[in-house]
Design a protein around this ligand. Structure first.
Ligand code: HPA
Length: 246
């Protein structure tokens, strides 16, 4: 099976679609699990943390995931990411399309180009997210009258702990608007693989130090409430992309 589109779903989006078939895809980096979606054949579903939410952010096999999408013909990927907000403008429940990312991860395999084959490859990520997918989501949001902020800088931490208040103060000085644990290296691997990739970030909480305590429950709660809107945005954005490609 091949599909042109994929949703890489994060926290709280595990049951956003009715799934039909599971594919265990062999890759040079291990096995990735993809799902087809009932009544929507051109879209794959890839739950980043596993279907039962069992894989923490720092142990996700990002390379196997992206490789499997490429292998199955995916050209456009919509990611969802739960994020904390460093910016008072972005309150919980806000949808935002990051246009920039700062990578503060520490232990992840973050390239397909390890150099083992004697090939040295440098990848341009000046604009890390796909303009094409971002503008399709923006068009979709206008059509659907769903409020989506069109820009923001995402800082990716290693997790699985949340940040200290001092880390958040530092990230704010660096220009970050939102913080999450799964944006990198996913976006960079997608670029290396030639997949047009954008993220719909959903603010679930104000970041550490802006509020006194963060819990996974508050994150989950907001994400589950965001499911319907995410689904509508993705379906409409696919229509926009399809209209543009004919
Ligand atoms: N920090 C990191 N990741 C997150 C947060 C946060 O505050 N909220 C949701 N994912």
């Amino acid at each position: 099976m091949r599909s042109k589109y994929a949703v890489i779903a994060g926290t709280g989006m595990g049951n956003i679609f009715e799934l039909s078939e599971k594919f265990e895809v062999e890759t040079p980096y291990g096995v990735a699990e993809l799902y087809s979606i009932r009544d929507f054949e051109s879209l794959f579903f890839l739950p980043r943390h596993g279907i039962g939410y069992t894989v923490p952010p720092h142990r996700i096999n990002y390379r196997a995931n992206i490789y499997s999408l490429k292998k199955f013909g995916v050209e456009y990927a919509f990611a969802t990411n739960a994020v904390g907000s460093l910016n008072r403008r972005f309150s919980p429940g806000t949808f935002l399309l990051p246009d920039q990312i700062i990578d503060f991860t520490k232990s992840r395999k973050s390239t397909f180009y390890e150099g083992d084959d004697g090939k040295v490859v440098f990848t341009d990520v000046t604009r890390p997210y796909s303009d094409k997918v971002r503008s399709a989501i923006i068009d979709a949001s206008k059509r659907l009258q769903i409020k989506v902020y069109q820009k923001g800088t995402y800082v990716c931490t290693e997790g699985p702990r949340y940040e200290t208040a001092a880390e958040i103060r530092a990230f704010k000085i660096l220009g970050a608007d939102v913080v999450g644990m799964t944006g990198a290296p996913e976006v960079f691997l997608a670029r290396e693989a030639g997949i047009e990739y954008a993220s719909i970030a959903i603010v679930t909480n104000y970041a550490a130090g802006i509020i006194n305590q963060i819990s996974h429950e508050m994150v989950m709660d907001i994400m589950v409430k965001a499911q319907e809107k995410v689904k509508k945005l993705v379906f409409e954005a696919i229509k926009v992309l399809e209209a543009g490609s004919t």
